[in-house]
Design a protein around this ligand. Structure first.
Ligand code: FE
Length: 220
């Protein structure tokens, strides 16, 4: 069974030790590179700036090895099979904040997993799903380095649900993992009964909108 984990930044307890900051920085860099190989091109800092605001654990980024399995989440009522293969869900006239979501699929040992199909679906900026067609739906496969990249928009909220993107991951010979991704610093996160801070992306502002990273991790 495919089990995926949130890639929580590795915290090795230096916070309670009297260790010179420069030494910590050097050791952290060596650990990241030796254990995980070269960081993803989409890598960002290891800690999520949202953590303090949300009161949740630091979230996934692409420069640290995973430490626990990603939780599965409900598929919800709006999944449709047969989405088109595409890495951009942007269409002419589409409103909303542009979002580049990227990351990797890794094993717990930090090995990339190639050929995993990620099938994304989400609401539009107004919180509405396209249930007749395939607007804001699409799938792609991870490359040899386990990477994926999706151009889309930040989804809108709808009654009972905070901002989220649904995804199904299918690895060859493995069971499907269905889960959802969430966004930091969204007030409605705390009112959503299935919100899970382990599924928070790491978010940054860019010149054109937002860039988010999240690493999915399989047990192998
Ligand atoms: Fe939904």
């Amino acid at each position: 069974m495919l089990e995926l984990v949130a890639n929580k930044p590795r915290r090795v307890g230096f916070g309670v030790m009297q260790v010179p900051a420069i030494w910590f920085t050097a050791v952290a860099a060596v650990l990241a590179l030796s254990a995980c190989g070269a960081p993803s091109t989409t890598a960002s800092t290891a800690s999520s700036p949202s953590s303090a605001a949300s009161g949740s654990p630091a979230t996934a980024s692409t420069d640290a090895c995973p430490t626990q399995l990603t939780p599965a989440q409900t598929e919800g009522p709006y999944f449709k099979p047969g989405s088109p293969p595409r890495t951009s869900l942007i269409e002419s006239g589409m409103t909303g904040t542009r979002l580049l979501l990227s990351g990797r699929v890794l094993t717990l040992a930090c090995a990339p997993v190639a050929g995993v199909t990620l099938d994304f679906w989400q609401a539009d900026a107004g919180g509405t799903y396209d249930n007749s067609g395939y607007r804001l739906r699409g799938h792609q496969s991870t490359d040899a380095a386990g990477r994926y990249s999706l151009e889309t928009i930040v989804p809108g909220e709808y009654p009972g649900r905070t901002e989220h993107i649904h995804v199904k991951l299918r690895a060859p010979g493995k069971a499907v993992l269905t889960t959802q991704l969430y966004f930091p610093d969204v007030a409605s996160n705390q009112q959503d009964s299935i919100f899970d801070p382990h599924l928070l992306v790491t978010m940054q502002s860019t010149a054109t909108g937002k860039a988010a990273t999240f690493d999915f991790v399989t047990s192998g």
